[in-house]
Ligand binder design. Structure first.
Ligand SMILES: [Zn+2]
Length: 102
């Protein structure tokens, strides 16, 4: 239960805090872009079973591969992909913390 709260806390509460604290004028748009980082979990559909609570996503699913993570880390350096990159990095951090708590 603790693991679940930490995992989804990072997935949802951190984007809300970042959008409301650092992007006050565009908080809703920023929040939606940050939450769009969740969409990389669509790669779970390629795995069998789709959801396994004891599986670490990092390095297993294609959009959670180390190469993908390196690409996500470059996105904040470009103005047009800055917030999306931030959302993807938050997602990866949430998944890494989840892996550490397995
Ligand atoms: Zn994930």
């Amino acid at each position: 239960m603790f693991r679940l709260i930490i995992h989804y806390g990072i997935h949802f509460i951190v984007p809300v805090l970042i959008a409301f604290i650092f992007f006050k004028e565009k908080k809703l748009k920023t929040l939606l872009i940050l939450l769009a980082g969740m969409s990389i979990d669509l790669d779970h559909l390629l795995a069998t079973p789709i959801f396994d609570a004891n599986r670490c996503s990092i390095g297993f699913h294609p959009l959670h591969s180390y190469l993908a993570i390196i690409i996500y880390c470059t996105l904040p350096f470009f103005r047009s992909t800055r917030i999306l990159g931030l959302g993807l990095i938050i997602h990866i951090i949430a998944d890494i913390v989840d892996c550490l708590l397995i």
